[in-house]
Design a protein around this ligand. Structure first.
Ligand SMILES: [Zn+2]
Ligand SMILES: [Zn+2]
Length: 344
């Protein structure tokens, strides 16, 4: 089969490799669509410390079952997505579906095989989640990042049972930021403000019904909210740099919550402590998701509660994977999410 193989940082190419063969309990899946995300760019460039080489990357994919294990409830042809988290399956965290808290946590497409930039994948049945019929492939390909947004929003204490809830700001209008903004609205935010320097993405945010959109190149988020609304209750910082942490802390009311979303760029991140202390802010980190967040993401997508397809900028064949990476890196103004279609 054809697959993108990453041999070492920056050395990746389309290769003809042997088809993966399912062992006991494993499912063979034909990939129908796989999204390229910011994590993949970090993985390809050698900026992710967890990568196991050689690697077939890709953790946001939808496919159809080619071969199911004996006794499985999965059927051939069934459309599925894959939960990429893997733990030991026996510790308390694993038993409670909190795979990311397992001491042996691994991630398909980053630290273990089974990545979706390939014609086929083989994963254990435990990872496979069947899709409802009314969810198109193109929407299903965004369930994984939507689960990230659901998890972050729940970490902030928000839920579908809240009405007229907190005032929320989001720093960063990429796929994750735009999804958090939408989930926050569904989970009771009374107002949602997004801060994003790229005009194309600000336009996308306005189309998605975000209440106010700030251009941080012209005005700091804290000044922007001070003029319009005072201070905010929760900031989701999807950029997560020392500079954006400081903006978040300034924009937050005393007792507010700073939710850091995303892989740290350094060990300490130089978190500004003074305002955190003065305002008694809560700093919350969020890392991917729990199993239950996938179920919630599927429900949100199935009920058309979140705009997903608007995030997709292009669909490219597997042979143009490198081009897709280039476009995301060079033209973030125009490209938010690019999907790879290995079938064409
Ligand atoms: Zn991702
Ligand atoms: Zn475990």
């Amino acid at each position: 089969m054809r697959a993108i193989v990453l041999r070492e940082p920056n050395r990746f190419a389309l290769e003809e490799i042997k088809d993966p063969v399912p062992n006991t309990g494993e499912v063979e899946i034909r990939v129908r669509l796989a999204g390229i995300c910011g994590t993949d760019l970090h993985v390809l460039r050698g900026h992710n410390p967890f990568v196991a080489y050689p690697l077939i990357p890709g953790h946001e994919y939808v496919g159809e079952v080619l071969k199911a294990p004996e006794g499985s409830s999965l059927r051939v042809g069934q459309r599925v997505i894959v939960y990429p988290g893997k733990g030991c399956n026996t510790c308390k965290a694993c038993r409670e579906g909190r795979t990311i808290h397992c001491p042996q946590f691994e991630f398909i497409g980053v630290s273990r095989s089974g990545g979706g930039f390939a014609e086929k994948v083989v994963v254990h049945e435990n990872h496979v989640i069947p899709l409802p019929d009314n969810l198109a492939d193109i929407e299903a390909s965004l369930i994984e990042p939507l689960a990230v947004a659901v998890h972050a929003t729940r970490r902030a204490g928000m839920s579908e049972n809240i009405t007229n809830g907190p005032i929320v700001a989001i720093i960063g209008g990429g796929t994750i930021g735009l999804l958090i903004a939408q989930v926050a609205k569904k989970f009771g935010a009374s107002s949602v403000i997004l801060s994003e320097p790229l005009a194309g993405r600000r336009l996308l945010a306005a189309k998605m019904g975000i209440d106010a959109v700030c251009n941080p190149a012209e005005e700091d988020l804290a000044d922007f909210v001070a003029e319009r609304i005072g201070m905010v209750d929760i900031v989701f910082d999807a950029v997560a740099s020392p500079a954006t942490f400081l903006s978040s802390e300034k924009a937050l009311r005393p007792g507010g919550r700073l939710v850091a979303v995303g892989l740290p760029s350094s060990k300490t991140m130089g978190i500004p402590y003074e305002l955190l202390f003065k305002k008694e802010l809560s700093a919350i980190a969020t890392r991917t998701y729990f199993r239950s967040d996938f179920k919630d993401a599927i429900d949100l997508a199935r009920n058309k509660a979140v705009a997903l397809t608007a995030l997709i900028s292009a669909v490219l064949p597997l042979a143009e994977f490198r081009e897709g990476v280039k476009l995301l890196e060079a033209e973030p103004e125009r490209y938010t999410k690019i999907l790879i279609d290995p079938v064409v």
